[in-house]
Design a protein around this ligand. Structure first.
Ligand code: PMP
Length: 345
């Protein structure tokens, strides 16, 4: 068939080139213009499609991945989904070690995409043999013909965003971007985009979003790993209990910390005001943006890009569940929602 503009050989050709969408209502009273890079428009519904494709194709180019081999990864869910999707198209086995903190929605989705899933306890140290890092490492040692993507310590994670997300944002803003606000987990997104943008214009300010309970902000400020900073928190995919080498701390100007509770409410607010059904860390990024604005970070001529990493449908049993919100103590008399579902009997 002759190629039509909107016809593709397979789903992988749809990865990247996500839209930049202007935020209107939530930022109406803020100085500057605000745009969201909405990564849920990737076919696997998150930014992780980019790294899965890039890392797997690089392994193929280097000849370390052959047909029928097994791809292993540690993941909060999104990277796993993207790897499972790429594996289906390219004919690889996929094994994923997931933290028990990941939403049930995400874990079921991985299984639905044909992956073998190991759910590992969330609140153990990274060097504990039960942690998802150690489980993935052990499986990689045991399984012949396997590769371990290891996104936290893989330079290709940064490169994927340097090659695609960074140039897209530069083009989409006609080079007028002044600030980037992005969550940091592995750090691949923020570091890769920052590297590209700062090469174009070193004055662009890059602000990372971290969670209370994570070591990243303190490490950025002091270059000291302080395990007193570590305690359990609920947001998935943001912050860390170790220092990933996929984060280039020199490319990040500062970090902002956000709470589980405010991020959850802000995710709901983005959905209900901008009509963008976003995930928990998009709420976190937007919450950071609110805090930065309140601190006077932005001026009227600024053009701010915030990354929304994934889609709200992955959090139906969490942020978008009234029961879950209530169980966390996130609803008070001010924020409690009235159910808008009516059952006709
Ligand atoms: N948001 C979500 C939902 C994620 O899964 C991740 C990845 N862990 C991030 C944000 C952070 O992206 P990165 O790993 O590139 O720092």
């Amino acid at each position: 068939m002759e190629k039509n503009k909107n016809v593709f050989d397979n789903v992988l050709q749809l990865i990247g080139s996500t839209p930049l969408i202007k935020l209107n209502k939530m930022t109406a009273n803020f100085d500057g213009e605000y745009y969201a890079k909405v990564e849920a428009f990737n076919p696997g519904h998150s930014s992780k499609d980019r790294i899965a494709l890039h890392i797997i194709e690089e392994a193929e180019r280097q000849g370390i991945l052959n047909p029928g081999d097994t791809i292993i990864e540690t993941t909060s869910g999104n990277t796993g989904f993207s790897i499972a999707m790429v594996s289906i198209i390219k004919g690889y086995e996929c094994i994923l070690a997931v933290s028990s903190k990941s939403s049930a929605d995400k874990i079921d989705m991985l299984k639905s995409m044909g992956a073998k899933v190991y759910v590992c306890p969330a609140h153990v140290k990274a060097d504990d043999p039960r942690s998802y890092y150690q489980v993935a490492k052990r499986l990689h040692e045991e399984i012949k013909g396997s590769i371990y993507i290891n996104q936290y310590f893989n330079q290709l994670n940064i490169d994927a965003h340097y090659n695609t997300t960074g140039p897209e944002i530069w083009d989409q803003t006609n080079g007028e971007i002044t600030h980037l606000v992005a969550c940091s987990g592995t750090g691949g997104t923020i570091s890769g985009i920052s590297k590209y943008l700062k090469e174009q214009n070193p004055n662009i300010k890059v602000i990372g979003v971290d969670a209370y309970g994570s070591v990243l902000k303190k490490y950025h400020e002091t270059r000291e790993f302080d395990d007193k900073e570590i305690y359990p928190y609920r947001i998935e995919g943001l912050g860390k209990n170790l220092i990933p080498t996929a984060t280039d701390f020199d490319l990040i100007d500062k970090f902002v910390k956000v709470t589980d509770e405010q991020s959850a409410h802000t995710a709901r607010e983005v959905s209900n005001t901008e009509g963008l059904f976003v995930g928990y860390t998009s709420g976190a990024a937007m919450q950071a943006l609110k805090q930065l604005e309140a601190e006077g970070e932005f001026s009227p001529s600024d053009k701010v890009v915030v990354i929304f990493p994934d889609h709200g449908s992955r959090y139906m049993s969490k942020v978008y569940s009234d029961k879950w919100m209530e169980d966390q103590g996130f609803f008070d008399s001010k924020t409690a929602t009235v159910s808008t579902i009516e059952y006709i009997k």
